[in-house]
Design a protein. Structure first.
Length: 240
């Protein structure tokens, strides 16, 4: 899926997840067994995400490209018939090293998540300054990832109507201006805002791309949080 984006604007991804996170996301999304990965399917979807990130002018770290080459190498090894001698000597699945890395990474990620959920002094432990009656019930929040944002963005693009080319409309809005517009909209909302509400049906493909880049920039600047009520549910934004 190609995204028309002639803007030189680039969003750097230092604060986002790496390629192992993307692989785990694809495994969870497809409800796959991590110890028996269908490497052809995962490689195809990984490359689709990589292409979408490139089309959006996202500054992709070299480790994403390295993982892409690793996946292609493993895929090619699985397509080639192994010699009887190799099977007798090793009998190792070409996916073994990748699976080992994923399992190890998942273990540390889960441990980090458990630590993050524990109450911490000066973060979750504080004096209540308002009464319980006047405080609104807080929304359930599961932090959304970059890849879940990309998935939601792909769904938005699927709904874009074919553009009418005989009518030329020049859209001068920049990413910076869209950032301010989203912040103003969030200030008017009492709670959070559903991701899809930022993408009206009549919006052009270019405006959709600008809006998505603005959301990424707001997350990078730590001005908004992206979350879900539960994994793979509707993504919502709220001001930090």
């Amino acid at each position: 899926m190609m995204v028309e984006n002639d803007s030189p604007y680039t969003v750097r991804l230092e604060m986002f997840e790496g390629p192992l996170d993307l692989l785990l996301h694809l495994i969870q999304k497809n409800e796959l067994d991590i110890t028996n990965i269908p490497i052809a399917l995962i490689t195809e979807q990984y490359l689709e995400y990589l292409q979408l990130m490139k089309d959006l002018n996202l500054d992709i770290a070299g480790e994403y490209l390295l993982m892409a080459s690793t996946l292609l190498h493993v895929k090619s090894r699985m397509l080639l018939p192994a010699s009887t001698e190799e099977e007798e000597e090793t009998g190792e699945d070409p996916r073994a090293e990748l699976i080992r890395r994923l399992l190890e990474y998942q273990k540390y990620k889960n441990a980090a998540g458990e630590l993050q959920r524990r109450p911490m002094l000066d973060r979750d432990v504080f004096l209540r300054l308002i009464s319980a009656e006047s405080e609104e019930k807080e929304e359930e929040k599961v932090e959304a990832t970059l890849f879940e944002l990309l998935e939601a963005f792909r769904e938005v693009l699927k709904r874009v109507k074919p553009e009418v080319f005989h009518e030329v409309i020049l859209e001068r809005m920049t990413v910076e201006e869209k950032v301010q517009e989203i912040l103003s909209l969030l200030q008017k909302e009492k709670r959070s805002l559903a991701f899809h509400r930022l993408f009206p049906e009549e919006a052009s493909r270019r405006m959709i791309v600008i809006t998505f880049l603005a959301i990424l920039e707001l997350v990078k600047m730590k001005l908004v949080r992206i979350f879900q009520a539960s994994p793979f549910e509707t993504i919502r934004l709220s001001p930090v």
